[in-house]
Structures are given as structure tokens and as C-alpha cells.
Design a protein around this ligand. Structure first.
Ligand code: HPA
Length: 240
């Protein structure tokens, strides 16, 4: 496929994105990160409301752009950023449902590997199953940032599910294989990064728990938890 920038889904010009992009699912959260942390930022995308911004964090040029929900959406944006806009690193920041008994609402999960019930990998026509993994260097930096801040976090396998509302309630079956949490985008991000020879990491905050369904966090606690995830992603990005 020959595509030039702007692409079908991103109206930015060549050079509008920094080499590292922080990627929440939600466009409003992309705006929040830009307004709270970036200096001199400009909006580089608003196609379909999928907001993207580029600015400076502690003097380093960084971008933040939303991915939307699910592997197809993440697949489109990460593909275009890596392959057409020269982006080298994408750090996803998102929420997940905890399925590990040691994880509580507000804890962090660093996705070392991803399992999926989706079909995204089928396009690669591999003679077996592919294991999507995080870039080890980015993961190492994120672990060290979590330790520095004395946060509760776990590193391991997550499930990228195609179903938020899952009729078969299959999430807990994955816990038998020590999968830590469910989210919906990382498998596509890691696969797209691998195919393009680029780097990716997913950091998630536990927003709800399948093990402790009554657990709740106040909106202030949730915001603080999201804020620490954003700050970890920004510190990793600063150190690349
Ligand atoms: N499932 C999928 N994605 C999620 C969930 C969930 O329960 N919670 C937060 N993101």
C-alpha cells in the first residue's frame, strides 16, 4: 500500500510528530496530558476527534495522541505513526480490569507480554502463534520509575480482549495462566511495533477488578492513579 502523509486517519504533516508518542485510548485524556504536561504544544490531529498534540516536556519534544478503543483502532493509528510519520516509540497508557488477586484498583500493570482472543495476528500469516511483547528497554525504565515512586505494580502478561461486554465471562479463565489484567489494545500495538521494527510499551492502571468487583476508588484517587501512570510514561519518554 502506498500512502503519503497526511494519511486517511491523520491530518498531520510530515515531521509533526515527535519520535516518541504517548498514547491513551481516550482523546480527552490526550488533551489532558498535553494541557497538564506539555509546553508550547500544538494540535496535529483531529480527524474523527482522535486528538494528537506535539509539544515539549522538560525541553524534550514529545507527542501525545489517542488510539481509540480496541485492536482495530490501535492497529490503524500505531501503523500510520510507525510507518508513515517516522515515530520510533509508542507508550500506551490505559486502564485495565484486574484478574490477578494481588491487583487492586489504582495499582499499575506493565504489560511484558500480551495474550489475545482477537484475530489481529492472522494478517501476518505465520506458521504458528506470535507472542506480542514489550520493548525490554522501555519496560526496564518503567519498572525503575515505578520502584522510585514506591508504587504497587506488577509486570507480566495481559489479555487484549475484543470484548468489553463478554457474554461468556471468560476473563477469569485467563487467570489460570497467570494473566494479570484485561484491556483491549496492547496486542495490536506490540504486533505493529514488531512488524515495523519499532518500540512499544503498555502501562495500565487497574480501573476495576474481576476479583474484587465491589472495589471502588473515589474520582480523586482515580485521577491520582492516572496521573502517576502518565508521569511514569513521561519519565520513560524523557529517558529514551
Ligand atoms: N475489560 C476490558 N478493558 C478494560 C476493562 C475490562 O474489564 N477495564 C478497563 N479496561
Amino acid at each position: 500500500m502506498t500512502i503519503k502523509v497526511p494519511t486517511p486517519h491523520i491530518e498531520a504533516q510530515a515531521g509533526d510528530f515527535a519520535e516518541t508518542v504517548i498514547m491513551p485510548g481516550d482523546p480527552q485524556r490526550a488533551l489532558f496530558v498535553a494541557q497538564k504536561y506539555l509546553n508550547d504544544f500544538k494540535q496535529v490531529n483531529d480527524v474523527r476527534g482522535m486528538k494528537g498534540f506535539t509539544g515539549f516536556y522538560k525541553g524534550k519534544r514529545l507527542s501525545v495522541m489517542a488510539s481509540g478503543m480496541g485492536q482495530p483502532s490501535m492497529g490503524i493509528y500505531s501503523y500510520e505513526l510507525f510507518n508513515f510519520y517516522g515515530v520510533e516509540n509508542i507508550i500506551r497508557i490505559g486502564t485495565c480490569g484486574g484478574i490477578d488477586k494481588d491487583l487492586h484498583v489504582k495499582d499499575l500493570v506493565l504489560a511484558m507480554g500480551v495474550s489475545t482472543n482477537g484475530n489481529f495476528m492472522r494478517q501476518y500469516d505465520l506458521p504458528g502463534s506470535f507472542s506480542p511483547i514489550a520493548d525490554f528497554g522501555l519496560l526496564e525504565k518503567a519498572v525503575s520509575e515505578c520502584r522510585k515512586r514506591d508504587l504497587n505494580f506488577k509486570v507480566g502478561n495481559v489479555l487484549s480482549s475484543d470484548f468489553f461486554y463478554d457474554d461468556s465471562e471468560s476473563a477469569l479463565a485467563w487467570a489460570k495462566m497467570r494473566v494479570l489484567a484485561v484491556e483491549m489494545e496492547s496486542a495490536a500495538l506490540y504486533a505493529t511495533a514488531a512488524r515495523a521494527g519499532k518500540k512499544a510499551l503498555c502501562i495500565c492502571t487497574v480501573s476495576d477488578s474481576f476479583v474484587y468487583p465491589c472495589e471502588n476508588a473515589s474520582s480523586e484517587e482515580r485521577l491520582n492513579a492516572f496521573t502517576s501512570m502518565m508521569e511514569i510514561a513521561l519519565s520513560v519518554a524523557l529517558d529514551i
